[in-house]
Design a protein around this ligand. Structure first.
Ligand SMILES: NC(=O)c1ccc[n+]([C@@H]2O[C@H](COP(=O)([O-])OP(=O)(O)OC[C@H]3O[C@@H](n4cnc5c(N)ncnc54)[C@H](OP(=O)(O)O)[C@@H]3O)[C@@H](O)[C@H]2O)c1
Length: 248
């Protein structure tokens, strides 16, 4: 018996990084996992890799979390194929750590908020009708939402919005058997590293008490905890998986 036997899981932005690692761990724990991404080639490659290890455990759906119609299509597919969602990991997110306030534009603000804030809200809202008793939702935030990392004005604020989401929804849902929690990664060694200037990475790692970046597998095991019944009395909380980055 594994932790997610027979569960239906949806992971947005699951074609690389910590979400792909989580999809593999979910599949290894008995779940059928839907993963999304914008790029079809990357999506197909991720599905093929997961299917090779866990045949029949994965469905890929091309969907941009910044496009509401894509999210409608995603959950229509899940409804038709499985009729329910037990676990939702809303991980898709974008943003820059090298955009000082003077360089922020209306367009850059709207682009990040459309994916990270509106996209996360609509992902949860559209999943809700498919979620029954025992459902668990995990949002992906960032340790940067509580640390003043220079250059992260828009990104950090967009992730800070998720801190409110988990608290308000936990209050709105009351005793309903449905949970939502926020996982805040610190600096994690994913493809994102290739898109951030080396100097910025070095500066961030210097601020991590653990003295290194985290691994995608270290996020995946924490998401599995929040997704599974191991955490069934954990609601509206924030779990920082950050080597101490946002704690000191
Ligand atoms: N790595 C870190 O240090 C770190 C720290 C704190 C928080 N985070 C957050 O963790 C999440 C994942 O980060 P990561 O480092 O694992 O990233 P990653 O390796 O770059 O992977 C991002 C994934 O999200 C997908 N994606 C991007 N925009 C999307 C959109 N609009 N709709 C659907 N899918 C989308 C990408 O595929 P496509 O490009 O094909 O869409 C890819 O599968 C993000 O929310 C990020 O903000 C990362």
């Amino acid at each position: 018996m594994t932790k997610l036997d027979g569960k239906i899981a949806v992971i947005t932005g699951g074609t690389s990084g910590m979400a792909l690692e989580t999809a593999a761990l979910f599949a290894a724990n008995g779940a059928h996992v839907y993963i999304t991404g914008r790029d079809k080639t990357r999506l197909d490659r991720a599905v093929a890799g997961l299917e090779a290890a866990h045949p029949g455990s994965v469905t890929g759906v091309q969907a941009d979390s910044g496009v509401p119609a894509d999210l409608d299509a995603l959950f229509r597919t899940v409804a038709e194929k499985h009729g329910r969602v037990d676990v939702l990991y809303a991980c898709a997110g974008i943003g820059s750590l090298s955009e000082p306030l003077e360089e922020v534009t209306g367009a850059s603000f709207d682009e990040v908020f459309a994916v990270n804030v509106r996209g996360t809200l609509l992902t949860v809202q559209k999943a809700l009708p498919l979620m029954g008793a025992g459902g668990s939702i995990v949002l992906n935030g960032s340790g940067g939402s509580v640390r003043g990392v220079p250059g992260s004005t828009v990104y950090a604020a967009s992730k800070a919005a998720l801190r409110s989401f988990v608290r308000v929804w936990t209050a709105e849902w009351g005793p309903r058997d449905l949970r939502v929690n926020l996982l805040n990664p610190g600096p994690i060694a994913t493809d994102v590293v290739n898109r951030i200037p080396a100097g910025v990475i070095e500066q961030i790692v210097n601020g991590v008490p653990a003295g290194r970046m985290g691994l995608p597998s270290e996020i995946a095991s924490a998401v599995l905890f929040l997704a599974s019944d191991d955490s069934r009395f954990v609601r509206g909380s924030e779990l920082f998986v950050d080597g101490g980055f946002a704690q000191v």
